[in-house]
Design a protein. Sequence first.
Length: 372
Amino acid sequence: MKKRILFITMLLLAAMVFTSVLLAESSPVVHLIEREGAAGGCFATATGTGGAIPDNTPAGACFSADVSGAPAGATIVDVTVDVAATHSWIGDLNFTIESPDATVLTLMDRPGHPLVNVNFGDNDDLIATSPISYTDSSANPAEDMGDGSTATNIVVCQGDGICDYAPDDPFSTLAGETVDGIWEFCVSDNAAGDTGTISTFTVNVTCDGGEPPAPALAFTKTVGTDPSVCAPTDNVTIPAGGGGTDVTYCYYMTNTGNVTFGLHTVDDDQLGTVLGPAFPAVVAPGGSAWFTVTTLITQTTVNSATWSATDAAGGNAAAASDSATVTRGAPTDVSLSSFGSDNAALSPLWLATLLVIILGFGFVLHRKIAGE
């Protein structure tokens, strides 16, 4: 009786192994290619040429840069300003920036004055080959520029490694203002004896786009025989004869609109839903995502797929379709076996062989048990 139970148990285990191999299939692994875009959806920049800084002249000098190219109706989200300047005493200098809407912000006002030196401020230098940047995200107040003493003399950015500073007046003050137009950078020297020049200044503006959401995507489907790469073509020829050939389809999407996609579904007219439905993956404007599916093809096959994407809330939808062709001998009906993204499909011949092995093992075991 125990031998019969052992025989039945062995057959059940063999059947379970056969079934698990037959049905094994892994989910596609989605690869994301991130491209960092400007927050808010658009970006504009312009560089202005400077000139000599009048020594000990509080009226100073102003230089302009014409920002253009932002979408119609775009407004400011954030601003950064880069300054390439040469001067031998930063504590003499005052920097301001004026927007096209005539808002004036102070970037720095004689760093170290009067705390470091009641008359002249910090004595450190600026050099044009080591530009400094003003950004709201910096943790370094502009008034702390330099080493904080008059005992030594360093070059800001070059000597201390600190190249970004928070402006005295935050750029967030400009939120909602006009992007395009003339921006003015002004500098004044407020003590005698040290001179310098402004080489260039650059205004960088991130903006809100000024346009309604426009979801769009570009989609290509390719096919090849190397499962480790995305094939560059949408057709491949496989040899005739045998039990067929494993081919790898690559599904590649690029977000060409201005909406961030968060949910994705890819339907293939022969393989079914190969991604999703509503697979979560964040693809920002300009970013891409791709995955592969490997399957056994036994006949000439032409199949198409549609990539559908929405934002995280399920709205702002976009979709695109593409097809790929596998040619095997003379054109015949399509025949697709089971597929997986990482596991090659099992051919009917291999499945039949596996079943014969299992049944043969069961027969021999049964005879052995009966003989005992």
